[in-house]
Design a protein around this ligand. Sequence first.
Ligand code: GDP
Length: 297
Amino acid sequence: MFENLSDRLSGVFDRLTKQGALSEDDVKTALREVRVALLEADVSLPVARNFVKAVQDKATGQAVTKSVTPGQQVVKIVHDELVNVLSGEGEPGALKIDNAPAPILMVGLQGSGKTTTTAKLAKRLKDTQNKRILMASLDTNRPAAMEQLAILGQQIGVDTLPIVKGEDPVTIARRAKTQASLGGYDVYMLDTAGRLHIDEELIAQAAAVRDAVSPRETLLVVDGLTGQDAVNVAEEFDGKIGVSGVVLTRMDGDGRGGAALSMRAVTGKPIKFVGLGEKMDAIEEFHPERIAGRILG
Ligand code: GDP
């Protein structure tokens, strides 16, 4: 039977909380299981190790208060440490979009949910902050992807830059910038081309667009179900073009929080939003508390 991280940790702590007192051996045994559970959830080995060590250090020195069982106390320490690792600086989901028109560059691999996320975020900024948004697809290799953004734009009532055949991505980005300035838009979002793997052309293209518009935010969209791969992709994108935040999609999937934990610990980048389904409203700002709660079950 497949056990996700939450189930497994609940199991560990169920056993703990049934005991009256907590010996050092109990803590060690429990934390060993926590580590295995983290690894099974695709948290990277160094991250899992550091995490367990931090919890052990905190748990060992602590006096057990009368109001909680030792097990509950360890659960709280694990919870607080999860929140600690997952937390970024500033408000969750805050985007730097002052100085209109503010460019937002969307990057990521094909199939990660980049185009869907672009539209979801545009809708969110329109609905919650009353922003006027212009979206533009730069995926000149895939006309279907450009069409997809236009269709989503119509669906959510957000303008898209008219498609001109034969233009290269930098030209489209410049046209978006001009149109956004002239049209009085607050934000313009550039949906860059995706590929199945990171290749030089993809990176060169994203870098050229970045240099042309100097984005206020460069958001990397990664599939939250791909675990360690998502972290590798993030490290590579960040190293090569610089990323200001991460959006983890498909977090409506099997409920694991492993990718979020590794992502934060390894890249140091804030996770700004999580995608929770295919619908245009299925996105929320990243709440470390919620993910920590989900991991613990
Ligand atoms: P792109 O190639 O990166 O632009 O990916 P798309 O935006 O076309 O998304 C690929 C598929 O993933 C589509 O069927 C989306 O509806 C779906 N998708 C995107 N985000 C999410 C999410 O958060 N949860 C789920 N369940 N599906 C998503």
